[in-house]
Design a binder for this molecule. Sequence first.
Ligand code: PBG
Length: 323
Amino acid sequence: MNFPTTRLRRLRHTPVIRNMVNETKVDLDDLIMPLFAIYGSKVKNPIKSMPGNFQLSVDLLVEECKLLSDKGVQSVLLFGIPEHKDETGMVGAHEHSIVSEAIRAIKKAVPNMYVIADICNCEYTTHGHCGTIVDGDVDNDSTLETLAAQAISFANAGVDMVAPSDMMDGRVGKIRETLDSKGFINLPIMAYSAKYASAFYGPFRDAADSAPKFGNRATYQMNPANSNEAMREIELDIFEGADIVMVKPALSYLDIIRRTKDTFNIPIAAYNVSGEFSMVKAAAANGWVDEERIVKEILTSIKRAGSDIIITYHAKEFADYIR
Ligand code: PBG
């Protein structure tokens, strides 16, 4: 049937009918709020490039989690800024590492908060790379040891899920095997599977003090030009035991999210990263865009592309928008 018999505007006439045929809905249940833990007490360091986000000491992190929980945000993703860094990042796996301390405190004070911990070495190494340096590059297999050690430390602290973001080959299998050998058979892994070497991580690296001191991450993170390779990364992570696969960043990679959805039968997460967040904030601060509308549109587009879960710094304000 064609025009004039068919008129698509018929189903756009009123809010009721528009809502009735609405195809995509972003639910607060789908959102994860990233948070940054730092040593000390009553520390609240604003992250300049990410308005509304802070490096928080554990006491204030707990308060933030209470607030998020009251607003209906049910999950957080933790990153840590350590007191001291070392060559391999092993400080991040210490029993009393900043993230392990944060996990314990949050799970004690806000037991219903679903706490996910990012596993990576870049916040913990003196050189800012995601693993152990051998001959000027990150050595894959020795890095697997520090990653697995971090997983165990977080598991012992009571984390609900771990999320390796390092992009070493074989890390999901190594972490799964190590967790299982210590009895953590029910602790899920959300793998940063298709993680691109992206300029969109700029503000995060200020927040986590994790920028590489030499070179870049192109020998381990993916080339933004590649889509077939993303499917191989995801397939391997699924074989190695990932429970959820992630595409990161989100907005310039909506095609990758959609392709993953069409190719695999597994929950998908997308990371609406720091640079995506900061661009919205900068434009909104200038009055160039309507912030609330643009945030809703962005999150809806990530969902529509096929993501089940969205990690986003907008989670807290989104909770306010929909209340
Ligand atoms: C650590 C890590 C990064 C992000 C999440 N985990 C930074 C990076 O790879 O350099 C980026 C998150 C963001 O930009 O919001 N490897």
